[in-house]
Write a protein that binds this ligand. Structure first.
Ligand SMILES: Cc1ncc(COP(=O)(O)O)c(C=O)c1O
Length: 402
């Protein structure tokens, strides 16, 4: 897998940095932000961030935390009440039992996954994940000194992850399998049946299963997706569940996530965290309790809105046969095959496609190279509907002129 944005090689930096890239999705968003500051009318469909405000009851809980001076260090692993709220959700949503000793509160889902990487993998280990996929998963494996091994999924069958393609990659050095469902950027779900097959093989080989469930509240149709239960029934003592408040509750800036796993792993993650970031902001933790334990109405409302946007965007782009997309089952991205728009004497790659679209039409989106999927573009529809419409119009205009 090619690093799109490698860190500049330098003898001044630690050797591990030579293997790691900066976040390509953040790079595109940074470029869009720079242009916006110059008053360019950018339609930014690059960032995976809800445009909705954080729900009122969540904000109120945070304001109360400040007013009550709940502004000091908390336990490194999070306050008990929040861990209990995470356990209560796990029981209500999946029917699996976790105790607070099996939970650590983290600075977003990213840190939950990072803690898992630091505590589980190291040099000599292979860690299987899938592509097209979210680049951070691969970079965290590299940061831990381990080697990522990639199972590919394909547009032809809706980017389904087939158990056999993962199992075929398992060998004596396999330490873990890291799965993301719903998947960023494809929106595909890992099926319970495929996960069960993978988990059975992992259990037989003492391999860890790490699951990134950051988008699991954003699944559009009632599809069976109780991945925690599938894993709990097969290898609970080697299962790590990573979740986040960011996308479901429109809380990206608050930085709150969680990791659930066996108590010894959670304790080890606590050691990593205690020497790096320590506890998540006390105010954020109070807000997260309100999000997890409070009304689910805002989540349902946002899901409804995202569904409408997905369907509308899909219909608009259907006017151009060279843009071939599939309706995602979850998350809020349309992953579109634009390979028919590329040519050796025109726009050669999707990185060039994204750059020219930004330069000529001021639309920011993320090229497939960022997700190890050249030939595709990712359009985030977590944007205001009128901006989405304008972005689609400009994109269609751009493609027409190619
Ligand atoms: C697949 C996936 N997992 C995890 C995250 C982590 O988000 P956060 O750290 O904001 O919880 C993201 C964010 O974009 C994501 O796309």
């Amino acid at each position: 897998m090619r690093n799109l944005y490698p860190v500049r090689p330098s003898a001044r930096l630690a050797a591990r940095m030579s293997a790691v890239a900066t976040s390509p999705t953040m790079q595109v968003a940074g470029e869009a932000e720079r242009l916006r500051r110059e008053d360019v009318d950018i339609v930014d469909l690059s960032i995976g961030e809800p445009d909705f405000p954080t729900p009122r009851h969540v904000k109120t809980a945070a304001i109360e935390a400040i007013e009550r001076d709940f502004t000091r260090y908390t336990a490194n692993s999070g306050v008990l009440e929040l861990k209990q709220a995470v356990c209560a959700r796990a029981l209500a949503d999946y029917g699996v039992e976790y105790t607070p000793a099996e939970v650590i509160i983290t600075a977003g889902g990213k840190q939950a996954l990072y803690n898992a990487a630091m505590t589980l993998y190291g040099p000599g280990d292979e860690v299987i994940t899938h592509a097209p996929g979210w680049p951070t998963l691969v970079e965290q494996i590299r940061l831990a000194g381990a080697t990522p091994v990639i199972a590919r999924t394909h547009a032809e069958d809706g980017f389904a992850l087939h158990a056999e393609s993962v199992i075929a990659l398992m060998g004596p050095r396999t330490r873990a399998v890291v799965l993301n469902s719903p998947c960023n950027p494809t929106g595909a779900l890992v099926s319970e049946a495929d996960l069960a097959r993978i988990a059975e093989e992992a259990a037989a080989r003492d391999v860890w299963m790490v699951v990134d469930l950051c988008y699991e509240r954003l699944i559009y149709d009632p599809t069976p997706h109780n991945l925690p239960r599938v894993l709990a029934e097969r290898l609970r003592d080697r299962t790590v569940l990573c979740g986040s408040a960011s996308k479901a509750y429109a809380m990206t800036g608050w930085r709150c996530g969680w990791m659930l796993g066996p108590a010894d792993l959670v304790e080890a993650a606590g050691a990593v965290q205690s020497h790096s970031t320590s506890n998540v902001s006390s105010i954020t933790q109070k807000a997260a309790i309100a999000a997890l334990a409070g009304s689910t109405e805002p989540v349902e409302f946002m899901l409804h809105e995202y569904r409408e946007r997905r369907d509308r965007l899909f219909d608009w782009l259907a006017a151009e046969p060279r843009l071939r997309g599939l309706k995602p089952a979850g998350a809020f991205y349309l992953f579109v095959d634009v390979s028919e728009c590329l040519s050796p004497d025109g726009v050669r790659t999707t990185t060039e496609f994204a750059q020219r679209l930004l330069d000529e039409q001021q639309v920011a989106l993320t090229p497939g190279e960022a997700f190890d999927a050249p030939g595709f573009i990712r359009i985030s529809y977590a944007a205001a509907p009128h901006r989405l419409k304008e972005g689609a119009r400009r994109l269609l205009d751009f493609v027409k002129r190619l």
